[in-house]
Design a protein around this ligand. Structure first.
Ligand code: PGA
Length: 251
């Protein structure tokens, strides 16, 4: 089964509305690149304008987090119902959320189901820390993160998983293509064991961590890497366009 690759830009907590608009303008034409699904993930305050900007195109818009409940007394949170008005995808369990905001595998299992219930395509982020990598714990960590998030229910429709080793995020020290393939292949095998081989064949697995226009092609040459989740380089329109073109060209 051919998996359409994904170019996803995680803007994190960056930019004013004016800067978000300028970035969108700089990405003009990205929606016309064939053979790749483009996803942009701005801050909550930028979502409406980015959603409106790309309205009527194939560009997908993702929240960077989400609560599980549709409404209620959860000050400071954004519900899946609210998010679905200005986004069609959602990034869940980014390592910065796990590290700084105490998100754990159990919470993510609930968020994954909430995304499914409200029609948001989830990008579930997983990845080991530097200490875990040094102690050869990478596969064990990925097994735990993926299997606990998925649980024993069928995989959410359109599930995307991003492998982002924590030590590679924002450091300029990307994983090697072999490391990325080994981890992404392992994630696919855990999906197969947890929810079945058909879901594993269909799930799109992204590599993330210091991706740039110069290294994307070698990640895309790996059989289990179906695209990239890009942080820093996604804030530069030219770099993200080049990455997206390289991803499209890899198919
Ligand atoms: P980076 O971030 O590309 O800046 O390393 C990736 C991410 O955190 O998604």
């Amino acid at each position: 089964m051919a998996r359409i690759p994904i170019a996803a830009g995680n803007w994190k907590m960056n930019g004013t509305n004016a800067e978000a608009r300028a970035l969108c303008r700089g990405l003009a034409g990205i929606d016309a690149i064939a053979g790749v699904d483009v996803v942009l993930s701005p801050s909550f305050t930028q979502l409406l304008l980015v959603w409106d900007f790309w309205c009527g195109t194939d560009v997908h818009i993702a929240g960077q987090n989400m609560h599980t409940q549709p409404s209620g007394a959860f000050t400071g949170e954004v519900s899946p119902v609210q998010l679905a008005e200005v986004a069609d995808w959602v990034v869940l369990g980014h390592s910065e959320r796990r590290q700084f905001f105490c998100e754990d595998d159990q919470a993510l299992a609930l968020k994954l189901r909430a995304a499914e219930a409200y029609g948001l395509t989830p990008i579930l982020c997983v990845g080991e820390s530097e200490a875990e990598q040094e102690n050869n714990r990478t596969k064990a960590v990925l097994t735990r993160q993926v299997s606990l998030a998925l649980g024993d229910a069928p995989a959410p429709a359109g599930l995307v998983i991003a492998y982002e080793p924590v030590w590679a995020i924002g450091t300029g020290k990307a994983a090697s293509p072999d490391e990325a393939e080994s981890a992404c292949g392992h994630i696919r095998s855990v999906v197969a064991e947890t929810v079945g081989s058909e879901a594993a064949e269909g799930v799109r697995i992204l590599y993330g961590g210091s991706v740039n226009p110069g290294n994307i092609a070698e990640f895309m040459a790996q059989p289990d890497v179906d695209g990239a989740l890009v942080g820093g380089a996604s804030l530069q329109a030219d770099a993200f366009l080049a990455i997206t073109q390289a991803i499209a060209a890899s198919t």
